[in-house]
Unconditional design. Sequence first.
Length: 347
Amino acid sequence: MDASRPIPTLSRRGMLGASTSAAAAVALGGGRAQANEVDPPECVEPDPDANLTDDVGTNLPPSRIGVQTYSVNDQISSLGLGPVLTALAEIGYRGVEFAGLGGATADEARTMLDDLGMHPVGQHAGMDNASLQTAVALGLPHTGISLITNIHGAHTEAWKQTAEEFNAFGAQCTAEGVKFYVHMHPEPYTPVLDSPGNLALDVLLAHTDPELVFFEMDLYWAYFTAMSAQGLLFDPVEFVLPAPERFPIFHVKDGRALANEQVAGQQVTPMNVTHAPYPMDGICDVGQGDVPFKDFFGKLAEVSDLAGHELVWERDTASNHPRGSLASARASYLMMRHDHMGAPSLY
């Protein structure tokens, strides 16, 4: 996607209304009350160690369903990294993207993953040598930053300067055998001030080296930044389709399009993001919201093997779940695992 691409006024697939019912994902009745002791729901009891390749109810590759540890930091703070990774592995998660190690050393964290049959995905850290060396010690294939800001300004030349800084750090990472990636909040989807027909991400994609810099699209932030009262200002998947290899990791995060409502007994609170083109709503469990995952992953599967991407669950507000963040992790995993989210590709 080059920097001259005009922004579509509406998505050809219309408004954000494509997500499915979350009844199976939130049926967490019964079991113990402690958030760190979450029983499986009565309706579904997946075996994470089973051979899942012939399960027609699965469209996201199970081996690539991962978790961002930021989502369960409340539990890591209380219990430590090891017990929480164990709980996540028992739920079925196989990939781990770190947001700190909860007091563990890199060697300890890597041993935990190996013992649990999990694999490292990446980390949200800094653009500095210490972060890079942590990635090397952990055996991470990727190291990244958690957001992009317009620190140099919002004009074309300012975003080009940001791109050059990404190229420079990407080269350092590549020399160590690690890929550098950037996680995206709303800023990359904002118009360039002196070229409002382009978004900042257009400039970043055009001026970063595809061998050195990669991107992590957070589907919640992408779609809710795109949303307007008339539909989508741009279609996030259109950034990915021309070069899906530049997007090795996706955050599978859901959110509601209506404000201040109860969803499965949980109060959904609007996000206070004043620079967004449309009011953003609360982040919720996968399947409870309005992010069109099936549309996105269905289109992606037409041009790229989904098994070549890491599909990482994140819910910034997971501790708001009435049974705690690990219950939120289970609810979202079950929706990702069983809801044909990547149709038509079957795994």
